[in-house]
Design a protein around this ligand. Structure first.
Ligand code: ADP
Length: 304
């Protein structure tokens, strides 16, 4: 697979404290990589390291195949745009003036691309309004426009939904999806809002105490969180026997409980169980959410 970013045992220590502890992650080209972890897990630290804002204590990373120790790493970094923590804006300037300033900083030859960028982030009608009078969502979107000024193909967003109202969250989601699907921009988004990430991410990296506990694709996660029917009966031995004869996939959880993964005809199952003198006590449709998956992962102790 083609990776935009890989990190290899990347670490950042503050004295004895390991903010990032041998963090190894892989971001495939074209992905929306959801970087999930509670507050203080080390997400911003990792982002600051790959943006070159801080130096690692140990370990390395590769950006577009270029090693972090390479003198040319700054060149690879030019293909990357980032909004780390709160976007750095000139509050006394309009959206357009902010973008012009960024174009000047990057030494871009013309301001031609600015109207399109403003339109892309939904700020084309803000006119003379200064950034200080923008809503938080508008400021976040202006931050993204600034990060996009150099036409990067890798965008790094640190908690972009933080503090946004529901409408702001929807707009942010639509913008990220558009950037990824229409402009083929690979996106790294850190967040502790799992539910929001699950509407976007194609891949996940779960971080806890500075360490990646698991990386998983959205497809694999869907399979891990797949729907099932939980059934409670008087005797799971009889249930096993009946389910085997129906060629259904299931998992026995206890003497009285099992999860059934295939679609089943409940009436047929209940009748078959009745002839085995097995009583059905309850039947529930279940779906493990991303959140419960995450809690099981972090709380489980078994780190892969
Ligand atoms: P996240 O972004 O996942 O919320 P951070 O990367 O910001 O987490 O922080 C990881 C840990 O490192 C936190 O416990 C934080 O307090 C600590 N930390 C961050 N910066 C410093 C610093 N300059 N000095 C000491 N500890 C720090």
């Amino acid at each position: 697979m083609d990776y935009v970013l890989t990190t290899d045992a990347l670490s950042k220590h503050y004295g004895h404290f390991k903010a990032l502890n041998e963090c190894t992650m892989h971001i495939p080209k074209g992905a929306i990589y959801g970087f999930v972890g509670k507050n203080g897990a080390g997400k911003t630290t990792l982002i600051r390291l790959i943006c070159g804002l801080q130096k690692a204590t140990a370990g390395s990373y590769r950006l577009y195949g270029m090693d972090s120790a390479d003198k040319e790493i700054a060149k690879a970094r030019r293909r990357m745009g980032a909004v780390v923590e709160t976007p750095s804006l000139y509050l006394d300037m309009t959206a357009e003036e902010n973008l012009k300033e960024q174009y000047r900083i990057l030494g871009l030859p013309s301001f031609e691309g600015i109207p399109e960028l403003l339109k892309l982030v939904g700020l084309e009608n803000t006119g003379k309004k200064k950034a200080k009078n923008f809503s938080l969502g508008m400021r976040q979107r202006l931050g993204i426009a600034i990060a996009l000024a150099g036409d990067p193909d890798f965008l790094v967003l640190d908690e972009p939904a933080n503090g946004l109202d529901p409408q702001g969250i929807i707009e942010m989601r639509e913008l990220i999806l558009e950037l990824n699907r229409k402009r083929q921009i690979t996106v790294l988004i850190s967040s502790h809002i799992l539910d929001e990430l699950s509407r976007l991410a194609t891949h996940y990296g779960f971080i806890d105490s500075g360490h990646i506990v698991k990386e998983i694709s959205a497809q694999e996660l869907d399979a891990a969180c797949r729907k099932c029917v939980r059934i409670e009966v008087s005797d799971t031995k009889a249930l096993s026997w009946v389910l085997d004869s129906m060629k259904v996939e299931y998992k026995i959880l206890s003497d009285t409980q099992a999860d059934i993964f295939d679609k089943i005809n409940i009436t047929e199952l209940t009748l078959a169980l009745a002839t085995e003198h097995c009583e059905v006590r309850s039947i529930d449709e279940r779906e493990e959410s991303l959140e419960s998956y995450y809690v099981n992962l972090i709380g489980g102790g078994e780190h892969e």
